[in-house]
Design a protein around this ligand. Structure first.
Ligand SMILES: [Ca+2]
Ligand SMILES: [Ca+2]
Ligand SMILES: [Ca+2]
Length: 347
């Protein structure tokens, strides 16, 4: 009887132990399935969140770029790129009236021009900005430049690194011809993916005037120039050999040759040195009057023998420091008072 009981217990145990082991295995498997499901669910939630976030980023981007840049906004496309100012669209009377002191015949007839919005350099292109271009491309401007010496302007050995007077990287680059300016614009467009170019003559005058119709953006008086522009002044007369006889502005701006770009008061569009410092190349061919000139702000092309320069420079008298004054020269000639600023297509 005892043996029988033992046998039953033994049999029961043999059956029960595997059953228990089986249950433990099932529990473990179930736990693993549950954990796997939780991991999967968590992954799905994370992925869904990422997709949603990506969609939100995508949704924000186009609306940002589609917005028209605000007039007066200042921007820069790269650390060594020129600072640009957004110029509003508008219309203006281009040229000077017959009554304006110092005017030339090529400044008429005065005509209405409609200008599309664009961006324009806040200052002339600086030596440092031009140096970045030369460093990358090994571009050569040659070694001849028309410079001042002993009261005479002659073609001498020189270039943008040696324009015949002391400069640092903040000064406007000088001894630059039209072709050099175009090469810089082309390179800047390639490196930034934006469309840089020379301003057209109409764009230039519209931007210089900044809704004024006086001879200069500060008014008509040349003796007030020294707060707004680096021109031929008492400083130049006193310090530049041979300049004492210059017909200079009757004020003191503090600079004999070039001044660091942006040293003077801005005009109403936020632009600096539109008059004075260095003359600025424009895209247009020179025409000796505005008969048949375009009524929009496109470049007025011609035979290209001469290109227009605007704004006057550090060595100019009041007659040559006016919003309407037009200078022109062969695109291959370099002078120590010729530089440029760039325009850029928006957006
Ligand atoms: Ca000066
Ligand atoms: Ca200038
Ligand atoms: Ca002229």
């Amino acid at each position: 009887m005892r043996n029988l009981l033992g046998l039953i217990i033994a049999t029961f145990c043999l059956m029960w132990i595997p059953a228990q082991a089986q249950t433990a295995k099932q529990v473990k498997a179930a736990k693993q399935v549950k954990a796997a499901k939780q991991v999967k669910a968590a992954k799905q939630v994370k992925a869904a969140k990422q997709v949603k976030a990506a969609k939100q980023v995508k949704a924000v981007k186009p609306s940002k770029t589609a917005q028209a840049p605000k007039a007066g906004k200042i921007f820069r496309d790269c650390p060594t790129c020129p600072e640009m100012v957004v110029i509003p669209s508008g219309s203006f009377d281009m040229g000077s009236p017959g009554s304006e002191a110092g005017r030339d015949d090529d400044e008429g007839p005065v005509h209405r021009v409609n200008v599309a919005a664009f961006a324009l350099g806040k200052t002339e292109v600086t030596r440092g900005q031009f140096a970045a271009f030369v460093k990358k491309t090994k571009y050569s401007t040659g070694d001849k430049c028309w410079t001042h010496q002993g009261g005479k302007v002659e073609e001498r050995t020189g270039n943008w690194l040696a324009p015949g007077y002391a400069q640092d990287d903040k000064h406007p680059v000088a001894c630059i011809n039209w072709n050099d300016a175009k090469a810089y614009a082309k390179w800047l467009s390639r490196t930034t993916g934006k469309k840089y170019r020379l301003p057209t003559e109409a764009e230039w005058e519209y931007a210089a005037r900044s809704n004024t119709s006086t001879a200069r953006y500060w008014g008509d008086k040349p003796e007030e120039a020294c707060a707004y522009a680096n021109v031929a002044d008492k400083t130049a007369q006193a310090q530049i050999p041979g300049a004492s006889s210059w017909s200079a502005h009757k004020c003191m701006d503090g600079f004999d040759y070039t001044a660091p770009a942006g040293s003077f008061k801005a005009n109403a569009f936020g632009l600096k040195d539109m008059l004075g410092n260095v003359w600025e190349w424009t895209e247009d061919s020179y025409h000796d009057s505005y008969n048949d000139a375009p009524a929009d702000s496109s470049a007025w092309q011609g035979d290209g023998a001469k290109r227009v320069l605007r704004g006057g420079s550090w060595n100019n008298d009041p007659r040559n420091v006016r919003a309407a004054v037009r200078n022109s020269y062969k695109p291959e000639l370099r002078y120590s008072f010729y530089g440029f600023r760039l325009a850029r297509k928006l957006p």
